[in-house]
Design a protein around this ligand. Sequence first.
Ligand code: ZN
Length: 86
Amino acid sequence: LRIALGVLIGFGILLVGVWFFSAMSRTRGGSTASEEPEEVADLDVYFVCGECGTEFRVERIGDLQVPRHCGEKMQVERRGPSSAGS
Ligand SMILES: [Zn+2]
């Protein structure tokens, strides 16, 4: 059972790794070896509609205007930088 579990975990990690890599390459458009940090990685501010739950990501904090959705002002939610990777 332990061996089976180990194989399962290893396979799972492999799957996640492959999926992550493919997702990364897909978003990057297949550019080779360009390790530029994400532009909005340090700023995660979202407008969240309290009615329907729609989220808008704020990329520029410069002109912060709260948009309206479902007839009400959206809520501003600030989330910490996504700590992807250890
Ligand atoms: Zn809405």
